[in-house]
Design a protein around this ligand. Structure first.
Ligand code: DC
Length: 223
């Protein structure tokens, strides 16, 4: 047993249910949950507000340095992101922000900006770190790594229900196209592309209940 805190990484494709899996796994283990996608969404939100081109690495880097993006975790509320001290919740989950986030996530200035905050998040607690590059770049020494996938149609249906809960109407086919495009952007970028880390356990979250899949992951962690 080492004194180092334990890190479990949960990477995977968008709308695969990885946030719910990571959050429940963290609760089960008594760990904190780090939803790193919220940081990229916050960056996307700021870029949208400022009207800066999504490929302006220098401009976006300066913009991030002028604002504060803080991620908090609490067992009851889960992760919450505060931009300049203001809680931003629904705004950063919109389809527009999702799209901009996937573009700005390619920029070196953006990825570098969030490295330290992710590595230090919620220390000294154990952390279930969720995102695209948690196991490959941010926590290469994590004690266990997962990669979550699910059928495109199942993911599109999930995303549509989430959007409907927030009052956004969206067409299933349009969501499918959007998810497929974002997968492509995330997997084919130069920096920190989305891919399973070496040795990652692959989980197909298309079928089976959330509880069953979390239970399987938990068993592997406590092994
Ligand atoms: O997980 P999500 O859909 O909330 O992520 C939003 C965007 O941020 C997504 O396009 C990929 C990007 N992202 C990333 O590049 N690296 C991460 N560790 C997490 C998210």
């Amino acid at each position: 047993m080492t004194s180092e805190r334990r890190i479990i990484t949960v990477d995977g494709v968008g709308a695969s249910g990885k946030s719910a899996l990571a959050r429940l796994l963290a609760e089960r283990l008594g760990f904190a949950h780090l939803n790193s996608g919220l940081l990229y969404r916050a960056a996307g939100y700021l870029v949208a507000q400022a009207g800066i081109p999504v490929d302006d690495n220098v401009g976006v880097g300066e913009l991030l340095r002028r604002h504060s993006i803080e991620l908090r975790y609490d067992r009851t509320t889960g992760n919450q992101v505060f931009i300049d001290g203001v809680l931003r919740d629904g705004e950063i989950q919109s389809q527009e922000v999702s799209k901009i986030a996937s573009h700005v996530a390619k920029l070196p200035a953006v990825r570098e900006h969030f490295v330290c905050v992710q590595r230090g998040a919620f220390a000294p607690a154990g952390v279930v770190a969720e995102g695209r590059d948690m196991g490959t770049v941010i926590f290469p020494d994590a004690s266990l790594k997962f990669f979550i996938n699910a059928d495109l149609r199942v993911r599109a249906e999930r995303r549509r229900s989430q959007l409907m809960e927030k009052g956004e109407v969206a067409d299933l086919e349009a969501i499918e196209n959007d998810l497929a495009r974002r997968d492509f952007e995330d997997a084919n970028r130069q920096l920190a592309p989305m891919k399973p880390a070496e040795g990652a356990v692959l989980i197909d979250n298309s079928h089976g209940s959330l509880e069953e899949n979390v239970e399987n992951m938990y068993r592997l962690v406590v092994g």
